[in-house]
Design a protein around this ligand. Sequence first.
Ligand code: FAD
Length: 288
Amino acid sequence: MKPPPFEYRAPRTTEEALHALAQGEAKVLAGGQSLIPLLNMRLAAPARLVDINGLAELDTVRATAEGVRVGALARHARVERDAAAAEAQPLLRQALRHVAHPVIRNRGTVVGSLAHADPAAELPAVLAVLGGTVEAVSARGSRTIPAAGFFAGPLESSLREDELAVSAFFPAASRLTGTAFTETARRHGDYALAGVAAVVTLDDDLRVAAARAGYLSVGGTPVVLDLTGPAASAVRTGDWAEAAAYAAERLDPGGDVHASAEYRRHLAGVLTGRALRAAAADALSRED
Ligand code: FAD
């Protein structure tokens, strides 16, 4: 199918882009890996597209001791390959390897994936479990949106119609913190039936001081669980089953043609145990 008619704008500066968005009924075009199929299937019909691919100032990846700030035009592949970003927050690279296929990662953007707010996508779960933020600007001003308030529902973010998400910030991993990402998909590169991004922090006695898991494909938005209690003694015992069972009990996934709700719940529990174990091993490997 072909898209419905739209006016095409290709601003050369962020100010021009904000001016075009302020006129209403507009959609930002970034990598187009999600928006173009939606247009072609006529599931979206904006009056105008504001193509941000000419805004070189948004093509940035900056890693510091505080975290990684990814500009709106940074493609998945660039962030995946950025060594400083992987050093500051390894979960980014760990998750990006599961996003679609290399061809799509060459074009799709990290910020576009967040703005698209697909509950089956990897990066929203990563932003949520890390407690990251999205920086949004409009002709009216700018605001920082915490991950907890960013994802409003399936394919729905809290970005307003005239707002451009200019960057996303992923906080750095602290000392003795390990991360892991795991998911199950029918075929490599497909959207996952369920997936888990895990972050485990150990104390100086190498006990679990904090354990969090962010989930994809188990609800209308990313779900984050605090698993510190049920994981407390797991490093010593090597048994992550309690944390896995705790997670499975608390998740409430839906069923569809790809998997029943019960199968998804079971899968998310199994993946929780695997991800936490791997994150704890990663944390142990960071011991001085
Ligand atoms: P676009 O398609 O350009 O935009 C998507 C939406 O976000 C639009 O509504 C757009 O207006 C809005 N938007 C984009 N950027 C901004 C911004 N800066 N400010 C405000 N709004 C903005 N993704 C996964 O996570 N996991 C997968 O396994 C996966 N598999 C895929 C398989 C296929 C075959 C394809 C085609 C895509 C797949 N994707 C997957 C989607 C891909 O990762 C997209 O790149 C991503 O979801 C959106 O990024 P984009 O830059 O292409 O955004």
